[in-house]
Design a protein around this ligand. Structure first.
Ligand code: XIL
Length: 311
């Protein structure tokens, strides 16, 4: 039991999970979070469309609830996320002018990071800025500002909350190829320019039985000299789910957990959901199921045992 206590005993900072307005009043979820996890990330309420749906109109009620939940229970809070091309309101994506977008980014980051100053352990400052082929994604941020938008975001966030750890976060960093190469190269350029960056997050939305060298890629990310965090772990199963696949899932969860333990710069792991019932996988990957540690009825799965035994 108590995954967070166990990982802390191994020198890590937290074993975390997500919470948001859809689960914060569900006792089965909050009981598990209270007992097993030491950090929370809001699943959506700190994203741009949630915090600033219209320019200059900030809505923080749901994000405040998560932040208060965390601080009143002594849990670390991961802020997610400041600049992302998804869940981004249209008024931002339509901007074409450099100085306008620069000011909009500054205002957004100052407001959101400023509101939670001193309460956030780490911010995912930029999310999913690269494509799988290693090129920058064609987001409004890159189209209008070029790579400089990344520096702008990190510098603004640092000034708004000097103590928060600032992360670049992305998916498909779990196998070798152009994306992890480009991520590492981008981190090196940011560091060379003196841009304040502290960590790299690997989302780790994984598929059972398909773990390319997870341990190796985690250590490659750590070779940048940054902190490394596994930020959105889930390991989904191709339907139909059967006993053999659940057994493989147990092994895969153990592998990922061990990879963090054997990577000194890995600070912690966040799982993207408590119960399979609430997972984004249902809606996003209809051919997959059962990605988490607790089943639809909040029963511990063998995946839980996999994590527990690895710690
Ligand atoms: C997902 C949430 O889980 C969903 O509830 C929401 O509808 C869409 O976003 N990468 C990320 C996360 O960085 O913010 C995403 O979360 C999953 C993929």
């Amino acid at each position: 039991g108590a995954l967070d206590a166990k990982i802390k005993a191994k020198g890590k900072k937290y074993y975390g999970n997500i919470i948001d307005s859809n689960t914060i009043n569900t006792a089965q979820v909050t009981n598990i979070l209270n007992t097993e996890f030491g950090a929370v990330t809001p699943e959506y309420s700190m994203k741009w469309e949630a915090t600033e749906p219209n320019q200059g109109q900030f809505t923080f009620a749901n994000a405040d609830a998560v932040a208060n939940w965390a601080s009143s229970r002594g849990k670390l809070l991961r802020g997610h996320t400041l600049l992302w091309h998804k869940q981004l309101p249209g008024w931002v994506s339509n901007i074409i002018d450099k100085s306008t977008l620069t000011q909009v980014i500054r205002d957004h980051i100052n407001a959101v990071v400023g509101r939670y100053k001193g309460k956030v352990y780490a911010w995912d400052v930029v999310n999913e800025v690269l494509e799988d082929n290693g090129n920058f994604r064609n987001s409004v941020f890159y189209r209008v500002l070029g790579e400089d938008f990344v520096d702008l975001a990190f510098r603004t966030a640092r000034a708004a909350d000097p103590k928060a750890k600032l992360y670049i976060n992305d998916y498909n960093l779990d196998y070798n190829g152009p994306k992890i190469n480009a991520t590492i190269a981008l981190i090196k350029r940011l560091k060379a320019r003196g841009t304040p960056i502290d960590g790299v997050g690997t989302q780790a939305h994984l598929i059972v039985g398909n773990l390319a060298p997870f341990d190796e890629t985690l250590k490659r990310l750590a070779s940048t000299g940054l902190d490394v965090a596994i930020t959105e772990l889930d390991i989904r199963i191709a339907k139909p789910v059967d006993a053999a696949k659940l057994a493989q899932q147990q092994k895969d969860y153990a592998t990922v957990t061990r990879s963090c333990l054997t990577t000194p710069r890995c600070v912690g792991i966040t799982i993207w959901g408590v119960s399979d019932r609430n997972s984004w996988v249902d809606g996003t990957f209809p051919d997959y199921d059962s990605p988490l540690l607790w089943d639809d009825d909040f029963r511990e799965k063998s995946a839980y045992t996999g994590v527990d035994n690895a710690l």
